[in-house]
Design a protein around this ligand. Structure first.
Ligand code: MTE
Ligand code: CO
Length: 422
């Protein structure tokens, strides 16, 4: 945590030293006087004088070296080991709705399995007429589909139950990513195997050293689950389950089993570790609620946010993300004054089912302190609750499924902090 504090403050001070903080009076260009003194305008830079790298030098493209700060980050004290750990998507550095593959947060229980695709097999067994084993090439001969979906870990914003502890939307909300998957609808594979009439569940099991497994209700498996092998057009990244992962649209990330090796059709839930001891919701009365599968409607302002302070007075763009496991985003409201006044955000880009959706508020800032919040509405009519509304039902000892409204305090110098409104 100290580390992120330093990072954001350092970034802010560097920007201040460059003279950009609060210097400009609007989003518009500098005046003529400033221009005459600006060597970036009056002198020819090296990149205009010399030949650049040739095409053979970069067979697989990478971001500009000037974007080296745009990376997944972890919080060291959160987990005891590197292999059973998590890092976070830098939401405040991104725009649009697609998460670049190399920036998708990672959550592993036993490290990243390195699977040779030629040795890869997917087995279907249990309550089926024929047990089947598929290779990657077998999977690629089934009719395939493309779908953009968010994956959110149930523990995303989990540290927020007890108040604001992590200063950055990367850390409070970065256990979410949104990519286009290509794969085979799970129902095609199940139909091929022939599901018995007493079947109710499908247990999905990973090939990593944790052998992580989860039970998926058969109705969901036959509805919209995808056995995916590509993300954003290319094969899945090792971190995301190469060569095959299960996509469970709108449902908690833990069920999206990576390095998928087996699907066992059963008549009851497996009651695996991850659906009993973990990923259950400890309620205010001390009882545990299990099988909270759907990720409810949620949103967050990504800019400004603690790692992305406001840099200039005048015209500014507030930006954020909204999503719902139950459908599409219908509307997002934003307040700049802690909930006294709300305005409707401008949604731009595709509004897809169970996908991140991008919103903006174009606003004028004259250095006043702001309490920024966003509140999303989904296509079922559900409205994102406040954290206090959630705490009334769930108490504060919970970890999972926190979809409460987030507050950022923007100070008069543009610095931004994670706070809660009492
Ligand atoms: N699948 C396997 N086999 N092993 C794992 O550790 N982690 C789960 C899920 N699938 C996990 C897994 C959890 S808790 C989440 S939130 C998502 O994968 C994370 O997916 P990502 O690493 O692509 O972000
Ligand atoms: Co998770």
């Amino acid at each position: 945590m100290a580390e992120q504090d330093k990072t954001s403050r350092r970034g802010f001070l560097a920007a201040a030293a460059a003279g950009s903080v609060l210097a400009a009076s609007g989003a518009h260009a500098q005046g003529a006087g400033a221009r005459a003194a600006d060597k970036a305008i009056t002198e020819l830079p090296d990149w205009s004088k010399y030949l650049g790298d040739g095409v053979a030098d970069r067979p697989y493209g990478k971001p500009s070296k000037f974007e080296a700060h745009v990376v997944r980050r972890d919080v060291e004290w959160l987990t005891a080991s590197r292999q059973s750990s998590v890092n976070f998507t830098p939401l405040h550095e991104l725009d649009g709705i697609i998460t670049p593959s190399g920036l998708c947060f990672e959550r592993h229980h036993g490290g990243i399995a390195e699977i040779d695709p030629r040795q890869y097999r997917l087995m279907i067994n249990g309550l089926v007429d024929k047990e089947l084993v598929f290779t990657i090439e077998d999977l690629k001969r089934f009719p395939r589909i493309n779908r953009v979906h968010f994956l959110e870990c149930a523990a995303n914003s989990g540290m927020e139950w007890r108040g604001s502890q992590l200063n950055g939307c990367q850390f409070t909300h970065g256990m979410v990513h949104n990519v286009m998957y290509t794969g085979v609808p799970l129902k095609h594979l199940l139909n091929e195997a022939g599901v018995r009439t007493n079947a109710r569940w499908v247990m999905a099991e990973g090939a990593d050293s944790s052998g992580m497994n989860r039970s998926i209700p058969l109705a969901k498996a036959l509805d919209d689950c995808i056995v995916a092998f590509r993300m954003n057009g290319e094969m899945l990244r090792p971190e995301q389950g190469y060569p095959v992962r299960l996509v469970v649209p709108g449902w908690e990330g833990n069920m999206w089993v990576k390095w998928l090796r087996r699907l066992e059709v059963t008549d009851m839930a497996h009651l695996a570790r991850e659906e009993t001891s973990k990923y259950t919701d400890l309620m205010a009365d001390g009882r545990s609620r299990r099988f909270t599968f759907v990720m409810d409607c949620k949103s967050v302002v990504t800019n400004p946010s603690p790692q992305a302070p406001l840099l200039a007075k005048g015209q500014n763009v507030l930006s954020g993300l909204a999503w719902s496991g139950r459908g599409t985003i219908r509307r997002v409201d934003v307040t700049l004054d802690g909930g006294r006044n709300w305005r409707e955000a401008r949604i731009d880009g595709p509004v897809l089912n169970q996908s991140l959706t991008r919103f903006y508020v174009d606003f004028d800032w004259q250095g006043q302190e702001m309490m920024i919040q966003s509140r999303a509405h989904d296509s079922t009519g559900y409205v994102q609750p406040t954290k206090d509304e959630l705490r009334k039902v769930r108490g504060v000892n919970n970890i999972y499924h926190n979809n409460g409204i987030q507050t950022w305090l923007v100070r008069s110098n543009g610095e931004t902090e994670n706070v809660e409104i009492a």
